[in-house]
Write a protein that binds this ligand. Sequence first.
Ligand code: NAP
Length: 257
Amino acid sequence: MRILLLGGTGEARELAHALAGERGLEIVSSLAGRVADPVHPGGTVRVGGFGGVEGLRNWLAGNRIDLLVDATHPFAATMTEHAAWASAALRLPMVRVNRPGWTAEPGDRWIRVPDLATAARTSAELGDRILLTIGRQGVGAFAECPRPWYLVRAIDPPESALPPHHEILLARGPFTVAAESALLARHRIEVLVTKDSGGDATAAKLVAARDAGLPVVMVDRPPAPPGLVEVATVAAARAWVTEYAAAHRIGPDDWEK
Ligand code: NAP
């Protein structure tokens, strides 16, 4: 059974590794190619966009894919939408691995906002020294904010327009609470801006912000396409895939048809 695994997350790497150990499954992992030095999942990897829904559809058919697993980031909404369209058009089964979002705890001062533009306005009203941890692609939404100073943390340097007062900090998680608390103190941060990515790898900043009593502007997730089959964990995705494969017994004989 041939599986296209749309990746770019820790879950996708873990799942590629787990499924590679299953008999009869052949996994091709796909990365967007955005990060200059990505962590590779191992096994067969292809890199780069497919060329929209049509490109993906052609790629899936041309590579005789039997099942599509979307383990992209919760905010990679375009890729998820394209995958949903292409799989529906080809009647390919698809499952999405979507880790749960974060939930506020006592002591948290979170302000939930629907998008980055609202995050830019809201955070500028809350303070003058802002830590942006939204990935490099969203920084352009803050470019028109003339007053605050921003510490922009990202894996690679942003290519979009930047706010006039900023410093770039290149770093890749996971981070510890102690390191995050030290970062907030060192830069006298007054507001944290983050997307509701969920997961453990980058959650330490939320604990550090709570400990420091800082407000957190939390960008909500984009809506998922309707009718998507979703699981929350790598273990559940692995079970879903292996059960599907066992039920359908797809193997080399089918590839010749
Ligand atoms: P996106 O906005 O949903 O996708 C934009 C385009 O990038 C897609 O239409 C597709 O191009 C290409 N693409 C995205 N993911 C791909 C994949 N796994 N394999 C091949 N092509 C892919 O995606 P994004 O938010 O830019 O994220 C890009 C990658 O970074 C994803 O792999 C995602 O898992 C990872 N990531 C994203 C975030 C985030 O906050 N957005 C955070 C961490 C990691 P075509 O239309 O040409 O096919």
